[in-house]
Ligand binder design. Structure first.
Ligand code: SAH
Length: 190
């Protein structure tokens, strides 16, 4: 986290707050997560250098940039096209070349690149999207805030064992923007 310049991922007007331990608005009604939560979720994934990670909710691209320093490749899906485009440009300008950003609904995951060693969802879902569980490797970990919009949400760690059984653990209460969309249809590949 020392090496990824958070001030590059927030709007100009928010730069003076970039190094405070707070979520900040990034436009389109969305936020960049609080650094403590980024660190915690990253840690829970127990990443290794050869891992391929799927992120749902690119937002500013900051979480993806952090992950990109720890793993081989980050695939990140964002449902708001303007944010996806902005994050793609930012990540490329700053040289985070092992991050791929795609516009899409995270409920369907990114089947073409599955399975993943880890999946991180950075918007609050009402339920565990089944397609994402399917796209997690046995032995893999998934981190997701579950709960109703702006109400009590719980950060969950889901571990898939080598037999494909999933085990969940409550980590702590959190507040995330809601995961929107929700069609279980697979979107066409771009
Ligand atoms: N990880 C981001 C923070 C994201 S805020 C960062 O580091 O800045 C949550 C993001 O999830 C928002 O950008 C929102 O547009 C996106 N989002 C919400 N629902 C989604 C969905 N169904 N699929 C993909 N992205 C979604």
């Amino acid at each position: 986290m020392k090496h990824v310049p958070r001030d590059e991922f927030v709007p100009r007007a928010m730069k003076f707050k970039a190094f405070s331990n707070n979520a900040l608005p990034i436009g389109e009604g969305q936020t960049i997560s609080q650094p403590f939560i980024v660190a915690l979720m990253t840690d829970l994934l127990e990443t290794q250098q050869d891992h391929r990670i799927l992120e749902i909710g690119t937002g500013s691209g900051y979480q993806a940039a952090i992950l990109s320093r720890l793993v081989k490749h980050v695939y990140s899906l964002e449902i708001v096209p303007a944010l996806a485009e902005q994050a793609r440009q930012k990540l490329s300008k700053l040289g985070y070349d092992n991050v791929e950003v795609k516009i899409g609904d995270g409920h369907s995951g990114w089947p073409a690149q599955a399975p993943y060693d880890g999946i991180i969802i950075t918007a609050a879902a009402s339920h565990l999207p089944p397609k994402l569980l399917e796209q997690l490797k046995p032995g893999g970990r998934l981190v997701i805030p579950l709960g109703m919009p702006y109400m009590h949400q719980e950060l969950l760690l889901v571990s898939k064992d080598l037999n494909g059984q999933c085990h969940t653990r409550d980590i702590l209460g959190v507040v995330f923007v809601p995961m929107i969309g929700g069609s279980e249809e697979t979107l066409p590949e771009h």
